[in-house]
Design a protein around this ligand. Sequence first.
Ligand code: WTA
Length: 656
Amino acid sequence: MSNETLANLLHEDRSFPPDPAFTAQANGTAALYAAADADYEGFWADQARTYVTWSKPFTQVLDWSNAPFAKWFADGELNAAYNCVDRHVEAGRGDKVALHWIGEPGDTRDVTYADLHREVQLAANALTDLGLGKGDTVAIYLPMIPEAVVAMLACARIGVPHSVVFGGFSAEALNTRIADAQAKVVITADGGWRRGTPSALKPAVDAALDHADTSVQKVLVVRRTGQDVAWNDARDVWWHDAMAAASPTHVAQGMEAEHPLFILYTSGTTGKPKGIFHTTGGYLTQAAYTNAVVHDVHPDRDVYWCTADIGWVTGHSYIVYGPLALGATQVLYEGTPDTPHQGRFWEIVQQNKVTILYTAPTAIRTFMKWGSDIPAKFDLSSIRVLGSVGEPINPEAWMWYRDVIGGGSAPIVDTWWQTETGGIMISPLPGVTSLKPGSAQRPIPGIGAEVVDDMGDPVPNGHGGYLVLTKPWPAMLRGLWGDPARYVETYWSRWPQYYFAGDGAKKDDEGNIWLLGRVDDVMNVSGHRLSTTEIESALVSHPKVAESAVVGANDEMTGQAVVAFVILRAGASHADDDNTGIVEELRNHVAKEIGPIAKPKRILIVPELPKTRSGKIMRRLLRDVAEGRQVGDATTLADTSVMDLIKTGLSSGSDD
Ligand code: WTA
């Protein structure tokens, strides 16, 4: 972000006070802040009792004696699937729609809580029949279909942590994640629909398992597209066959509150993705509580739609665990915003009378670019709350979202959180907070956040610093799967008393927090976390590449864009003068190694990389080049002529 944009942000003086009519019905109240301040543990104990049904009530709240390894509600027991499904059926709400599933191409299915109950029980038995039990893990690699929700809940029901891998990740990325979690079963589909055509999923699983030492014993395959798939009789089982053979009743057992619920891999500063793991009681409490007070979900009258993919944490907390624990009705959409037309989202809102929409700034900016006349063709009057997540939302996009989608009145909740935090941490409360376009504003009740300097001291308002979380919270990660030391090192070593989020932030004069993007080597492209090192490793694994450096450059649509600087090996053939052949080859190579989301937008072939005398690549200078700026101070370079070499090389046309 440029200094000028920053200055503008901090002089944002528009403020939108809550509408009293909204406040009158809101779940969130000002009293929650006071209650959490007065008695932190008592506050969270109340939320845990309000939003979760415990098969064995807890008597302990927070155990921080082994910090930074937290335990919440440790002597309590609960079953997450029971909380998300059975208890709603037992309360007589079995006929209520849980999921309005909208598939491609034109498939739809309404799944009631009774349907979910039936399918989750069958699936829990089917997984048990495959030999799964506590101590095992399952990888899920599925499109946005109801079976993905059923599979996650079935795992939760039998106490087997799931590791959902986004369907857009490559076989290689899937393989690393399966191996790290030692998954015993993979649940996948023959394929999924993407922009009107079926795309394959199972071949990626087959390739990922093509290792002699794979931990995977069985692959459950959902028939989604009907395309032909290679079949290994000893290993592959059709989901529908397993479900048909399974016994229909499954009694949910309570799990200890700290029983692992899931692992979710996310990019960190090194090449190896981190297996963030979450446990059951605290996570479910915070997911449900935040969905109630931040999105203001009222299960009796709302139709809620979170547009994230189930492969990301937003899908875990705000499609599966939060809304289903509340007993909400929601839209589950398999498709993309532009298929079959650019008004697809608004058509879905109109047809389903969506009242709460939760999406990402990159999508909002795309809709803005497509033009306001597209949403204007649809009736969006049902919308009463809008949410944003994944990256900072610029005030222009915020205003557009409010005016064009929210009818000029719907409150926007700009929610800051992370895979690691499990649930929303910083956000306005609709009906309570006066909204500031572009700021995530305050830690929600029960959360402590601060902006500090290198010494860990709070910085004065108006000054930039690091965002830290000052108190343990119920949905916090319990560690990195199999690597406790890396957990401590990554998040708790800079200032042992604070959780280091990896984000830069500032507070304005009123104390509102403005997020300023990552301060580490993590990029945020269209709200997806990508690591510079991971993409660099992918590039250097190509035989023609000697060295590479990757930076995230500001991008109007995607927030940041991946820009790679590459030094080719001597003799690497590039017959074409302008390198277009090799650039395309390398982009595709990254897609194969990680997934299409990691494909660099630009690859610049350069003769040298700028390095300090200690050999550290100076990404700041590369970012200047990538963003077309005057290159900053280069005096600490080992060889100060390098930047001239790079610039000369670029102007002669090696740009993609
Ligand atoms: C960024 C997604 C500004 C941030 C839930 C964080 C945001 C990273 C916001 C986590 C927001 C998320 N404003 N930045 N409202 N929400 N971020 O793990 O840099 O995929 O550290 O979790 O996204 O990304 P993750």
